[in-house]
Design a protein around this ligand. Structure first.
Ligand code: GLU
Length: 307
């Protein structure tokens, strides 16, 4: 594992989508990003990623913030909400200029085109570039897509501090991707890159389910002329059938009214164990005192395992 750039003043963040209350899976991502900021004497910001109006659950943001507080995770500065920052996304879209084009394809049409081209239904939809040179007659604009260079292919590689070297051919494996969705909502990829840039985030620590999105974000950073943060993707908690834990897949939400001992034994200690830290804390304060040096050891062990 590569360590981060030691010269940069660390600014990390936890960026939950308010699609439900905090649970053990999201606590693992919050804990890893919080501990990494503490180990590097950095700042830790919290940003509520509520751009997807369809998936937001009323009150989930407040529940998540209350859970973080109850667990003793204090953030620096003010919490930000993406839904209040749409001017920034508009400005980024203007900056992208004619790299962005309207697309009239439905998911079904993209899947059918993929099937026709490769003879098989792939798991991820790869956009074949149908509307790149203009909408077909009779089609109206749905989403906005960002052009990915075709030749030579756009291969994006980076060294993840946990997962090691990662490389993805955006041209072949992703295609031109959506920056504004057909339903009018900003795409996660654009909003996250704009906010990480605007907030001066130097270090992103989050779940490995987003590893696959990172090359698209690195490409957007390049075209928007934003600095590249360092990345660390921790494993995600899964249920018995291997699905990422979420409200939909049966995750138990936090009871924000639970006694501190309950939060300690049923949330903090299990989340720490998942991250490879066997702690024996008797109180929440004690937990964080032990967890900061323990995270340093996790980083060292991960590093040794990769050599
Ligand atoms: N909002 C995303 C989520 O809750 C995380 C985004 C990120 O950390 O980049 O899954």
């Amino acid at each position: 594992m590569k360590d981060r750039n030691p010269d940069a003043n660390y600014v990390g963040r936890f960026a939950p989508s308010p699609t439900g209350p905090l649970h053990i899976g999201s606590l693992v991502a919050a804990m890893a990003s919080y501990l990494d900021a503490k180990v590097h004497c950095g700042r830790w910001l919290v940003r509520i990623e509520d751009v997807d109006g369809d998936r937001n659950v009323a009150g989930a943001d407040e529940h998540i913030l209350a859970s973080l507080q109850r667990c003793g995770m204090a953030w620096d500065g003010d919490v930000t909400w993406q839904s209040r920052r749409t001017d920034l996304y508009d400005a980024a879209l203007r900056q992208l200029g004619d790299r962005v084009y309207p697309c009239g394809c439905s998911r079904r049409e993209i899947a059918d085109a993929q099937l026709a081209l490769s003879g098989r239904q792939a798991q991820a939809l790869i956009y074949p570039g149908t509307c790149r040179h203009g909408l077909a007659p009779g089609k109206s604009a749905r989403a906005l897509r960002l052009k990915v260079p075709q030749s030579p292919p756009c291969v994006i590689a980076f060294d993840d501090r946990w997962a090691g070297h990662v490389s993805q051919d955006l041209t072949d494996e992703v295609g031109d991707f959506v920056v504004k969705r057909a339903d009018g909502f900003w795409a996660y990829q654009l909003a996250v890159v704009v906010d990480d840039g605007a907030q001066g985030i130097t270090d992103i620590v989050r779940g490995a389910d987003l590893l696959d999105s990172t090359p698209r974000q690195l490409y957007l950073q390049q075209v928007l002329d934003l600095p590249q943060p360092s990345y660390l993707h921790v494993p995600v908690v899964v249920n018995d059938v291997g699905e990422k834990l979420s409200k939909q897949t049966g995750a138990q939400a936090f009871d924000t009214g639970a006694a501190p001992e309950v939060l300690l034994t049923q949330a903090l200690l299990p989340a720490a164990r998942f991250l490879g830290m066997e702690l024996t804390a008797a109180s929440i304060d004690d937990f964080w005192r032990q967890a900061v040096p323990a995270w340093k050891n996790v980083l060292m062990d991960t590093c040794a395992g990769m050599r």
